[in-house]
Design a binder for this molecule. Structure first.
Ligand code: FES
Length: 116
């Protein structure tokens, strides 16, 4: 478990946008996109689309889905599941937690039942 990495203040990521956390900061092989959905919840996925080289943090966010900005594959923000072609490989989801006015990322931890 652990404390997680504080990636932003709670009001720093506008609804409907995402923050890209560098792999160096996250300690992961890929950058991680932290999404603040228009439904008010936070989610995190590996930033690189599983289809080709595109940054999902630049995609379109709607409720529990993000659409890749290049070829429009959609991924579930909760699980990383690839929801339509051309993506056929799921993205990796990570746990995000909002506490003490900060947004904390838990790289490599499954979102599970953690509070959103
Ligand atoms: S790069 Fe994302 S769908 Fe093609």
């Amino acid at each position: 478990m652990g404390e997680g990495i504080r990636v932003a203040a709670a009001d720093e990521i506008d609804e409907g946008t995402a923050l890209k956390v560098d792999a160096e900061v996250a300690g992961t092989s890929d950058d991680i996109a932290v999404f603040h959905s228009d439904n008010g919840s936070y989610y995190a996925l590996d930033d690189t689309c599983t289809h080709e080289e595109a940054s999902l943090s630049e995609g379109w966010i709607e409720d529990t889905e993000v659409e890749c900005p290049i070829h429009s594959a959609r991924f579930c923000l909760r699980t990383g599941e690839a929801l339509c072609l051309p993506a056929m490989v799921n993205a990796k989801a990570h746990r995000v937690e909002v506490r003490d006015d900060g947004i904390y990322l838990h790289p490599g931890e499954a979102p599970g039942e953690a509070p959103e």
